[in-house]
Design a protein around this ligand. Sequence first.
Ligand SMILES: O=C[C@H](O)COP(=O)(O)O
Length: 249
Amino acid sequence: MARRKLIAGNWKMNGHLDHLRELHGIEKAARAHPQVDVAICPPATLIAAAVARVPGLAMGAQDCHSADKGAHTGCLAAPMLREAGAQYVIVGHSERRADQGETDEDVCGKAEAAHRHGLMAIVCVGETEEERDESRAEAVVTGQIAGSVPRDASADWLVVAYEPVWAIGTGRVPTLDDVSAMHAAIRSKLAETIGEEAQGVRILYGGSMNGDNAADLLAVPNVDGGLVGGASLSADKFVPIVEAGATLA
Ligand SMILES: O=C[C@H](O)COP(=O)(O)O
């Protein structure tokens, strides 16, 4: 099944208003390559300003609460993010699973909230270095899929991102064979979890993706895009990844 590549940038807790200047070059690349989907997930405080500045570029958030409103100080609900102009929301990033103790059940609830409010949910999974060293990577990741993906999910609103924790921000990347094996395992677990819809769900790779390795990673079977951290912070570094995706589309 043909799946449109998605190149998504995650700015994490980086960037102020002046950083939005980087979005012009990224928007230009997105317009030049309409065969790929491009999105940037800046800090939530910047979403509305980013949408106003580059209306042609999709924006996403980095987290949402599972509830639509209520007494949850400091949290943001999916309808708020939608109102700010977000089209995507990352849920279950490993940094939140580690820093905020988010469980698979929490992540599943967040993905459901995203869907209720018309956001594409990017559900993140990935093993730690210790888990890989103990040959438990596939069991951990497929377990995260089983626990974090809502049973009624469809390719219209679910994206999965495989991000080995040890590859995030380290410059280390798994072998292409390892990426291929894990993405195939994720597709197969998705099929068990949500049935036929699994064939249309995009599975992104994330972890030290850059302009030099993107073409190879994006050519791996079942790699339908990238979730890019550090290299998404500047147009100069992100645009080559978009171009690599466009060449393969
Ligand atoms: O969400 C993005 C990932 O955590 C990847 O980050 P990175 O590209 O800086 O390794």
